[in-house]
Design a protein around this ligand. Structure first.
Ligand SMILES: *Cc1c(COP(=O)(O)O)cnc(C)c1O
Length: 385
């Protein structure tokens, strides 16, 4: 009998979600409007310390709205982290704008402020500044927001934070997503908390929040008939799903703690294996460790990342390479990149281990012993050669 598969980051439901969903059914609020949405937005504001939050159908929708709110359009440039999921940059293309990718630094794996500075300075000299900067908080770790925020302020370019993976993470005590002009979060099934699909846009600016809500509901003008003067979207979250979100938000702290415990267990057991290095945690904040990530040095470990990944796969353990940088994606062929070698190296050697908040101790043990076994097998093979 083959062992039960261990997944990378499956949904982890709590106790209250079903009650909230039942309430939605009992009161017939089965619509993208209703009391759960209002409550979810209010509770989310509390959780991250943001004055305004707008619940939407996905993190991608929230990013798209953010770009629309900032007036990004054809011909505009948007500077964007290269080491991320494609959803970060797709909305730049939706708007007909041009992404310019910025490499990571090695201390946080996130946007390198020095490279951002170089890109902004070059564009200022040329007299055409980008319309926005999108910074990603990768795998739940905050980017260096003071440095990046100061640069954006200095050049007058608005900052969007893609906090899809970092709900519950902090930067110098503040929640990621609340430092820039607009922040976005995702409640996709694989994220820290889930509504099966959903997202949130946060901002301190009440006018931006109002406009986000307006655009997300087909940009309906205030009139008894259906009147529209602007292009809108159907991006609102369902009241049923907002009910799930309320239950999930109530256990956010436990979910983050569980993911950090996964990381600690992996780190303790595997941190001293030659050739294995874990994603560092920057001193300025607390990461969620949404996914535990490591890099494999082939020479020291004895085999490369892919061999290790396939060995895990053969044992029914799902692991994934670190995100393929966007500047290496065929979709973005020809787009400018500032640097790029760090992200490319992390992609080549990086691996994400099973990291769900519901991961059981014996499952953790299975992953750990498999990685250790692969090291010993690979060493033995190298010695023989
Ligand atoms: C998941 C994710 C998104 C997109 O969120 P969806 O809710 O799936 O649309 C955007 N950016 C990053 C970094 C993500 O991991």
């Amino acid at each position: 009998m083959s062992p039960k598969p261990i997944l990378l980051s499956p949904p982890h439901l709590g106790e209250a979600e079903l009650e909230y969903v039942k309430q939605a059914f009992a009161t017939n609020w089965i619509a993208p409007v209703g009391p759960h949405i209002d409550a979810f937005e209010a509770e989310f504001c509390q959780a991250v310390g943001s004055p305004h939050a707008v619940a939407v159908s996905s993190g991608t929708a929230a990013l798209h709205l953010a770009l629309r709110l900032l007036g990004v359009g054809p011909g505009d440039e948007v500077l964007c982290s290269t080491l991320t999921f494609v959803a970060t940059a797709n909305p730049i293309l939706y708007q007909g704008a041009t992404p310019v990718f910025i490499d990571s630094d090695r201390t946080s794996w996130n946007m390198d402020p020095n490279l951002l500075e170089a890109a902004l300075a070059q564009r200022a000299r040329r007299g055409t500044l980008p319309k926005a900067v999108i910074v990603v908080h990768l795998y739940g770790q905050s980017a260096d927001l003071d440095a990046i925020g100061d640069l954006c302020d200095r050049y007058g370019v608005p900052l969007i934070e893609d906090a899809a993976e970092s709900l519950g993470a902090t930067y110098r005590g503040r929640a990621t997503g609340t430092v820039g002009r607009i922040g976005i979060f995702s409640f996709n099934g694989n994220k820290i908390i889930t509504t099966s699909g959903g997202g949130m846009l946060v901002t301190a600016d009440p006018a931006l929040a109002r406009q986000a809500q307006f655009l997300a509901t087909q940009a309906r003008d205030p009139a008894p008939h259906y009147q529209h003067s602007q292009l809108g979207y159907n991006y609102r979250l369902s009241n049923v799903l907002a009910g799930i979100g309320r239950g999930q938000l109530a256990v956010l702290k436990e979910r983050v703690a569980a993911r950090r415990r996964n990381f600690a267990a992996y780190h303790q057991a595997l941190g001293t294996l030659p050739g294995i290095s874990f994603m560092p945690e920057a001193a300025y904040g607390t990461a969620t460790r949404w996914l535990t990530c490591l890099t494999v040095d082939e020479t020291a470990f004895g085999c490369d990342r892919d061999t290790l990944r396939l060995a895990l796969e053969a044992a029914q353990i799902e692991s994934r390479p670190v995100w393929k940088p966007l500047h290496l994606q065929p979709l973005f062929a020809g787009c400018e990149v500032v640097g790029g070698a760090v992200a490319a190296d992390l992609f080549r050697r990086g691996l994400c281990l099973p990291s769900g908040s519901g991961l059981l101790p014996d499952e953790l043990e299975r992953v750990i012993s498999l990685v250790a076994r692969q090291y010993h097998l690979a060493r033995a093979a190298t010695v023989l050669c």
